[in-house]
Ligand binder design. Structure first.
Ligand code: FAD
Ligand code: SF4
Length: 510
């Protein structure tokens, strides 16, 4: 039976069982399409990375004998929209069956269902064989429970998959080494340089320009360094195990203006595009850990495993449990506009200047920069979560809606009212100063609340608590912060709020 099988740009799993055998009756179809370049304004490095990864995937599998139809963005006969691409391929191959891999995005899931309903041939969908969990496993796990605390899900996953567990007990005696993952990086432990795979991508950059695809952010088209092939991604994983894992946990939450990546793996694109599977990442890391000649502390490894086996699978489960309503949630009723400096990095606030500047330069910021610098500021200034989501979905190389929206709208903006996070991730300058060297080089003073040189985060923080008080009245985890606010001198609170309002109204001059 002649069959057409669709592969989307984030389904680049070469080890999928579809590819176990070569079958001349099967045509795989892949397409660079305007539908995907235009649904949000993307960082240029993100588009380049996806196109390169897709082209490499097609090359690798074609060499093994599989048959592909691949539409480049500027191919004259490229219909640019998914429905037309599928029907055209079916027609041209005389296929009597259409198959696809279950997409991870709600919008594509719906679209593919509609497309299948409109086809008059047999259709079928298959698992991507990528995640540990099914779409609805988390929903079943939390059935009947009031709160969906990630830690409970994570422990279940450790036991279920036998990861760092013996007789149902955690390796090293503790489930979670979060407390030891909060060191400031002071320069004593050298940070190995990030693994780079420089290549000239001028042809793709030119293609995007010629086709008038709207992107933002910076790129050196003579030296694009992200890993995009299977071999490059595997090399990045090995490099992480050998060079970065020994200190990953220690400095997981640290930030430094000279070290963009610190000990982070930079594997999120490789995993989100499914070039690497979470299972092979975790097992490679564990093999390295159990090889005692490497002498790696359990807290480094647990910190890493928790991100993938815990947070990543958890976010996927929340997405499928809560969508499509999740996309509209704005419990705190935030309505402000994103400041212009999110597109330029031009602000006197050094932490934002560095975290946003780095995002624009590399299409990457690590978790704490995303959460406690950029996200923290957006929440304190009460930006509309739709605007925040659009920015995050565009800017990061790893941004795909299922993992972007749950992290941004949920964890970082508390727009879901506490589905993902039990309290909002907000802080004054104190936390930023504790975890980074940003404040030392800043125009503003992290200890001042009012006055010209006062750090904006300070007045914004107290103003946020005061203005959003009603929303937190039943949240016990907010009691301590609220008690501190209540103890403050009323005149001081008045001055702080006046300052905060001035900041919010004039974001781009701060
Ligand atoms: P490492 O620090 O080395 O961690 C290893 C892996 O763990 C990552 O590659 C990632 O796959 C996984 N991971 C870590 N934290 C999370 C998390 N909170 N949720 C899911 N997976 C996690 N991650 C994305 O993949 N895509 C996004 O669009 C995205 N948007 C985010 C938006 C906000 C506001 C925040 C706070 C976090 C977001 N994250 C997102 C999670 C996290 O910041 C990135 O996964 C991480 O920074 C990627 O860099 P890394 O590969 O070096 O990660
Ligand atoms: Fe950021 Fe305030 Fe520190 Fe400046 S002083 S780096 S604005 S936290």
């Amino acid at each position: 039976m002649k069959t057409v099988r669709l592969i989307l740009g984030d389904q680049l799993n070469q080890n999928h069982s579809w590819f176990n055998d070569v079958n001349d009756d099967i045509t795989y179809v892949m397409a660079e399409m305007r539908q995907e370049t235009d649904y949000v304004k993307h960082h240029i490095q993100k588009v380049v990375a996806f196109f390169l990864a897709m082209r490499n995937f097609k090359e690798d599998l074609s060499k093994k004998g599989h048959h592909f139809i691949y539409y480049k963005l500027n191919d004259k006969n490229n219909p640019q929209q998914l429905a037309e691409i599928i029907s055209k391929t079916i027609q041209e191959t005389n296929a009597t069956k259409f198959e696809y891999l279950l997409p991870d995005e709600f919008r594509l899931d719906q679209q593919l269902e509609q497309i299948c309903n409109s086809l008059n041939i047999t259709t079928d969908s298959h698992d991507t064989e990528h995640f540990y969990t099914t779409r609805l496993e988390l929903k079943d796990f939390y059935k009947g429970k009031k709160q969906m605390v990630m830690e409970n899900f994570y422990r279940m996953m450790r036991k279920k998959h036998g990861i760092m567990v013996t007789n149902d007990q955690p390796e090293g005696g503790k489930w979670n080494y979060d407390q030891s993952n909060r060191n400031k990086w002071k320069g004593k432990t050298p940070v190995p340089k990030e693994k780079e795979f420089p290549k000239n991508v001028n042809d793709i950059v030119q293609l995007l320009h010629d086709e008038n695809v709207q992107t933002f952010g910076n790129i050196d088209d003579t030296k694009f360094t992200w890993p995009v092939t299977r071999v490059e991604c595997l090399n990045t994983l090995d490099y992480f195990c050998e060079q970065l894992l020994p200190h990953f946990g220690d400095y997981q939450d640290a930030m430094h203006d000279d070290e963009k990546f610190l000990f982070h793996s930079r594997l999120s694109f490789a995993m989100n595009a499914k070039i690497l599977s979470p299972k092979e990442v975790i097992h490679t890391v564990l093999d390295h850990f159990y090889d005692k000649s490497n002498d790696i502390n359990v807290s480094q490894v647990e910190g890493f495993v928790r991100q993938i086996l815990g947070w990543r699978e958890y976010m996927r489960g929340i997405y499928w449990k809560e969508m499509p309503a999740y996309k509209k949630l704005n419990i705190l009723e935030n309505k402000n506009k994103l400041p212009e400096f999110f597109w330029t990095g031009n602000t006197k606030m050094n932490c934002l200047n560095k975290a946003i500047g780095q995002s624009l330069d590399t299409s990457y910021a690590h978790h704490i920069q995303r959460l406690m610098i950029i996200g923290n500021f957006a929440l304190l200034t009460q930006i509309d979560p739709n605007e925040v989501d659009q920015w995050y979905l565009g800017v990061y190389i790893d941004a795909i809606e299922w993992v972007e929206i749950t992290n941004t709208r949920g964890m970082s903006q508390f727009a879901d009212g506490g589905i993902v996070a039990t309290k909002p991730y907000v802080s004054s300058a104190n936390y930023i100063n504790k975890m980074s060297n940003y404040c030392g080089k800043c125009y503003y003073s992290p200890t001042k609340k009012i006055g010209e040189k006062a750090c904006p985060f300070n007045s914004l923080y107290w103003n946020f608590l005061s203005e959003k008080r009603e929303h937190f009245k039943d949240n016990q985890r907010m009691n301590m912060m609220m008690a501190l606010l209540d103890k403050m001198d009323k005149n001081q609170v008045y001055e702080i709020q006046k300052k905060a309002r001035d900041i919010i109204e004039n974001l781009d001059i701060y």
